[in-house]
Write a protein that binds this ligand. Sequence first.
Ligand code: CTP
Ligand code: K
Ligand code: MG
Length: 181
Amino acid sequence: MDLVGVVVTALWVMGPAYIPNNAAVLAGGGRPIDGGRTLGGSRLLGDGKTWRGTAVGTLAGTGLALVLNALATTVGAALGYSLPTFPLVAGFGLALGAMLGDIGASFVKRRSGRERGAAFPGLDQLDFVVGALLVALVVAPGWFLATFTRPVLVAIVVVTPLLHVVTNGIAYLLGVKNEPW
Ligand code: CTP
Ligand code: K
Ligand code: MG
């Protein structure tokens, strides 16, 4: 596959992991997952990780996987690439894993004294990628190994931070996100 094909495949296969965090921003609010609990004087996770945001984000990512499944043949033919489809458990795993990676990052941020909303360059851009890939590997190992070839993984690690910076910057300018990261 050529470079464009690798990048298109990377974006396609990570779609169900890209959408959850953005959906959570729009759906956020309500009860925080940590219920206000603290650890060592800082919140366990903070008010930015809510049950509603996590549930809506996971559903949105899983839903996108189903939409991509319906479009794979048509879009693939139009672009001239064979685009992967998502077993339900794989789409769900990518979406839930993205949310869990983001939650894990908040746990780390609170432990290092960063308040809700503080930036943690590097972690902010890749936490959900690591979470999504790990959970997908666990719940759908055969699919994962067939789909995430080494070039696709490299493209994901290079392209995701760029995409993250751009989409969060746009969300900030639109006023739906409090910080541009
Ligand atoms: N959000 C949510 N539940 C999640 C993730 C995000 O409700 N599991 C919502 C919250 O309203 C959150 C917003 O999306 O404030 C932005 O997400 P994010 O930038 O990840 O959270 P922060 O508020 O910056 O908190 P943190 O410092 O813990 O990342
Ligand atoms: K985050
Ligand atoms: Mg934030």
